[in-house]
Design a protein around this ligand. Structure first.
Ligand code: ADP
Ligand code: MG
Length: 676
């Protein structure tokens, strides 16, 4: 049996069982053995018959005196006597007529079940029963519990898993020197121990080995990417002191130290001769745009074009506006071009020409910017807003558009904890803008129960009367089975009842692009007092006059996401508030409480990572393939040793060709991009 064989190659797995496994995304032998148990139940305490008390018991016994009969109520019963040297106990099975044939005389069995009084006598009823000599998986051990699916029970999965584990020896995936150096179990042993551990300690060793391998693969992939990226021939963009100074002097504020430092790192990257691949992390409002403009100006002055990519049209529009204002300060505004999907064919044609002949130098748009129709004259820098990772595939496509590898600058307001950044984004250089521009007031945050909703909205009305605007955010567009509030229902309620005298707009992801734009523009233009929206407003949208946010169903969001959402308010000079409304009346979690006191996005993200895993930090950031199944991202020691090992692997000039399975995994990881 080979790893890539279909699971129907496993004895006892027919088409119908295989179809059920498919629902668990298990198609091959490899998929099967990679299926990680959710937890383990400890049945390893084997008792002597003389010790048993009512309750769950596991015994090691011989079974004899097997008789089948019908009870007075017509139930089929199989009765037997189980004995060890200390005594004898009765076993009873109901409606399992095959039992009598399957029990062998004079063989040692493990028997697990509930010892209890049954009618007139004590017995173990419907026990699980496995031959000691036959590698038991349901009794007398740490028993693995898997995620199940309809028609595929725990015992069946264990049975198939056992057959696979005993008849298939996976090839070693890691180099021997690495196993020795890190004191790791061989792969085959680790898989066997993960499914059917000999002991808790063996289980721990197995998890260590498998977790190490996951992080090793990820970091090896990103190190290799980083290397090949650095080996690309890249265009050089010299630092232009005169223009930089002119621009900085034109700003109505002083750059913060962090902004300066990040800008400086970017200038160094761009002039280094190898392509920049830098991620700038900074909380909402920390001033990333100015830094991006500094980079863009440098590139334009050196004669290159800049592509500025935003995740939504809405943001592209806003960026175009604020970039226009900033560029005007140094007379570069004519070189700006907005290119979006909602433009007419004619407008697009004009835009394509301006990009192609180089009249436009800074082109703002969504990732439609990289369609085949868009041909750059001389692309030198790509700025990506709110996209964490710019994958290899896309870079390759871009390389075809540019003669030399362009520089890439990514920006995000999602605070990515260090361990996560190192593992998932190891191929990028990361800079952090930690300090906020002076004078920013933190958003006052308060948790509310649904019962007080009416009072809350009355309070919010007062703010509207004062001329403020309000965001109301809702996790879902439509009502779900649980009857939780949807954005539509809230909009309905607010506009008909509590906010009857105000203008209330609705914005969600299922609306057409031009509808969304119209609503957003109306809100920005103060034609609307209230905007009821899903998280489409999450990234980047800037409405300085909006200083109240109500988040309905706040407990449905991750902390980092809530923090990002509330960053939408408090962009002006007024103090601002954010109300977190729970789904149900009751005590809020300690997790949610943190938002009331903590204003640092990184602290919140670290906390979420610890508590809920990487998926919680930013739903869309997680690429299925990047999900770690065994390793914990909070296991800093494991992560740093796996990273060191990956670097060592490269320094040793080890060839991946020697390790075909590792190569396959790493190759796949290298191509993953978030932009698809
Ligand atoms: P983000 O990092 O969320 O993209 P922006 O770049 O949109 O933040 O900046 C938010 C606001 O802060 C903008 O109005 C910008 O002009 C202002 N800003 C940026 N840097 C500074 C600074 N050093 N001092 C004061 N205000 C600044
Ligand atoms: Mg921004």
């Amino acid at each position: 049996m080979k790893a890539e064989d279909d699971i129907t190659y496993i004895k006892g797995v027919g088409e119908s069982v295989a179809a059920k496994f498919k629902r668990l995304r298990i198609a091959t032998v490899q998929d099967l053995v990679d299926y990680v148990p959710r937890r383990y139940d400890d049945y390893s305490n084997v008792m002597r018959v003389s010790q048993i008390r009512p309750g769950p018991v596991t015994l090691q016994v011989k079974i004899g005196s097997v008789v089948s009969r019908y009870s007075r109520k017509g139930l089929h019963m199989t009765e037997a006597m189980a004995s060890d040297e200390s005594g004898t106990v009765k076993l009873v099975w109901f409606n399992q007529p095959y039992r009598a044939q399957s029990l062998k005389n004079n063989e040692l069995y493990f028997v697990s079940g509930e010892f209890a009084q049954n009618y007139r006598y004590f017995a173990i009823t419907n026990p699980a029963c496995e031959l000691v000599s036959n590698f038991p998986v349901n009794t007398a051990r740490l028993v693995p519990q898997y995620g199940l699916t309809k028609g595929l029970g725990a015992a069946m999965i264990r049975k198939v898993m056992k057959t696979a584990i005993l008849s298939f020896r996976p090839l070693e995936t890691l180099p021997d020197w690495l196993l020795n150096q890190e004191d790791l179990m061989p792969k085959a042993d680790a898989l066997k121990e993960m499914h059917f551990p000999e002991s808790l300690q063996a289980l721990q060793e197995a998890k260590k080995r498998l977790g190490f391998e996951e992080v090793f693969e990820l970091t090896l992939a990103s190190e290799l990417n980083r290397q090949s990226y650095k080996n690309e021939h890249s265009l050089q963009i010299p630092f232009n002191e005169v223009l930089t100074k002119k621009f900085v002097d034109s700003l109505p504020f002083q750059l913060t130290d962090d902004q300066r430092m990040v800008a400086w790192a970017i200038f160094q990257d761009m002039s280094s001769g190898t392509p920049m691949n830098r991620l700038v992390e900074g909380d909402v409002g920390s001033g990333k745009t100015v830094v991006a403009v500094l980079a863009a100006l440098g590139a334009m002055q050196a004669g290159f074009q800049v592509a500025f990519m935003a995740p939504t049209e809405l943001l592209a529009n806003q960026h175009a506006k604020s970039l226009h204002d900033l560029l005007q300060k140094v007379g570069f505004q004519e070189k700006l071009l907005l290119l979006t999907g909602s433009m007419t064919v004619k407008q697009k044609e004009i835009a394509y020409t301006a990009v192609k002949n180089g009249d436009s130098k800074l082109i703002v748009g969504t990732h439609a910017l990289f369609q085949d129709k868009v041909v750059f004259q001389k692309l030198g820098l790509i700025i990506v807003d709110e996209q964490h990772r710019f994958g290899v595939e896309l870079r390759k496509r871009l390389q075809l558009k540019a003669k030399e590898m362009p520089h890439v600058l990514s920006m995000t307001a999602t605070p990515i904890p260090r361990s996560l950044a190192l593992t998932l984004y190891g191929e990028m250089d990361v800079s952090v803008i930690a300090e906020m521009p002076p004078g920013r007031l933190p958003v006052k945050t308060e948790i509310q129960i649904p019962e007080n909703r009416e009072k809350l909205y009355a309070k919010v009305s007062l703010e509207i009367d004062d001329g403020r605007q309000v965001f109301v955010v809702c996790p879902q567009i439509e009502e779900d089975e649980a009857g939780r509030l949807s954005v539509k229902k809230i909009h309905d309620q607010l506009s008909r009842k509590w906010f009857k005298k105000y203008k209330v707009g609705l914005l969600h992801g299922k609306m057409k692009a031009d509808e969304k734009d119209a609503v957003m523009n109306a809100f920005v233009g103060r034609e609307l007092d209230v905007l009821v929206a899903t998280t489409v407003i999450e990234v980047g949208v800037n409405v300085p006059n909006a200083n109240v946010m109500v988040i309905e169903g706040a407990d449905k969001f991750g902390l980092a996401q809530l923090h990002q959402l509330r960053g939408r308010v408090g962009r002006g000079t007024e103090s601002s508030s954010c109300y977190l409304v729970l789904t149900e009346n009751g005590e809020p979690s300690a997790r949610l409480r943190m938002l009331e006191t903590e204003n640092n996005g990184f602290v919140l993200a670290e906390y979420d990572l610890e508590l809920r895993g990487p998926g919680a930090i930013y739903g869309t950031m997680q690429h299925g393939e990047l999900d770690l199944r065994v390793a914990k991202l909070t296991d800093v020691k494991l992560i740093s040793s796996a990273r060191d090992a990956a670097k060592q692997f490269i320094t040793k000039d080890e060839s991946l060709l020697k390790y075909p399975q590792l190569k396959a995994r790493v190759d796949k990881l290298r191509t993953i991009t978030n932009l698809n």
